[in-house]
Design a protein around this ligand. Structure first.
Ligand SMILES: NC(=O)c1ccc[n+]([C@@H]2O[C@H](COP(=O)([O-])OP(=O)(O)OC[C@H]3O[C@@H](n4cnc5c(N)ncnc54)[C@H](O)[C@@H]3O)[C@@H](O)[C@H]2O)c1
Length: 248
């Protein structure tokens, strides 16, 4: 039995960089038609060009609820359907508690929490009508550890994502729509490197039993497994992919 992704229509957010980009590439390689969403329009267009003309970029801001709902409608108009949603777009501000300003708080909550809620809700409404759907929301090990490097607000939003996956999973199970979260440990992407010295990163890597950070492709594989036929009876789950850093 193959993963069964051939011919599926997948919307991947955060697709201009890191895990989202790796997931979009892998989804295309597995035979999906991929809609790519990101706020970073230039790099997003490059990824879409690289994937080829049957895939399409939909630039958009996860924090903008109307834009997010419109993007889902546009993807469905473009491809005729939407089978898979993988939400990887997010922002991380590394700040000590005393440095967090209300605007930093609101930005991370809007992108990381409100974004996935309204995006997944819009996708789910369509998937319920199809009677089949897969939603995968990127959380983080920070949801369970509180985060290692001054990331209280970010970690809080990621804990909310894990809970959202469970609530949605329960509500949508009977309609054939599964909803799961993926919680990576440190992954070698721009988000990991932002504002962190090489020395600090080296020390951070020693906390991982495997002794290295994940490659974005290693997270993409977990996401696509959850989006596949192989994971048809898995819902409300949070898949840890962290090289053994957190065993819970
Ligand atoms: N890299 C890690 O160590 C790590 C660890 C745990 C979880 N994660 C999670 O994995 C996901 C992907 O992270 P990454 O490491 O690939 O980061 P990244 O910074 O490489 O990519 C994130 C992407 O999200 C996009 N984005 C940011 N704000 C947006 C908005 N308002 N609307 C639309 N797109 C927006 C960015 O433009 C970027 O392309 C995130 O949800 C992140 O929280 C990452």
């Amino acid at each position: 039995m193959s993963l069964g992704l051939q011919g599926r229509v997948a919307l991947v957010t955060g697709a201009a960089s890191g895990i989202g980009r790796a997931t979009a590439r892998l989804a295309a390689r597995e035979g999906c038609r991929v809609a790519l969403l990101d706020i970073s329009a230039g790099p997003l267009a490059e990824v879409a060009r690289e994937l080829g003309s049957e895939h399409r970029a939909f630039p958009g801001d996860l924090a903008d609820t109307a834009a997010v709902e419109q993007a889902v409608a546009e993807v469905i108009r473009w491809a005729g359907r939407l089978d898979i949603l993988i939400n990887a777009g997010a922002v991380l501000r590394r700040q000590t508690l005393s440095d967090v300003r209300p605007l930093d708080f609101d930005t991370q909550v809007s992108v990381n929490m409100r974004g996935p809620f309204f995006l997944a809700r819009a996708a789910a409404a369509h998937m319920q009508r199809l009677g089949w759907g897969r939603i995968v929301l990127l959380a983080s090990h920070g949801a369970f550890t509180g985060g290692y490097v001054s990331s209280s607000v970010y970690s809080m939003t990621k804990a909310a994502v894990v809970t959202l996956a469970k609530s949605m999973a329960r509500e949508l199970a009977a309609a054939g729509v599964t909803v799961n979260a993926v919680a990576p440990g440190p992954v070698d992407t721009p988000m990991l490197h932002n504002d962190v010295s090489d020395e600090a990163l080296k020390a951070f890597a020693t906390l991982v039993p495997m002794g290295r950070f994940a490659a974005p492709e290693e997270i993409a594989r977990g996401c696509l497994f959850l989006a596949s036929d192989w994971a048809g009876y898995i819902t409300g789950h949070c898949l840890d992919i962290n090289g053994g850093m957190l065993m819970r």
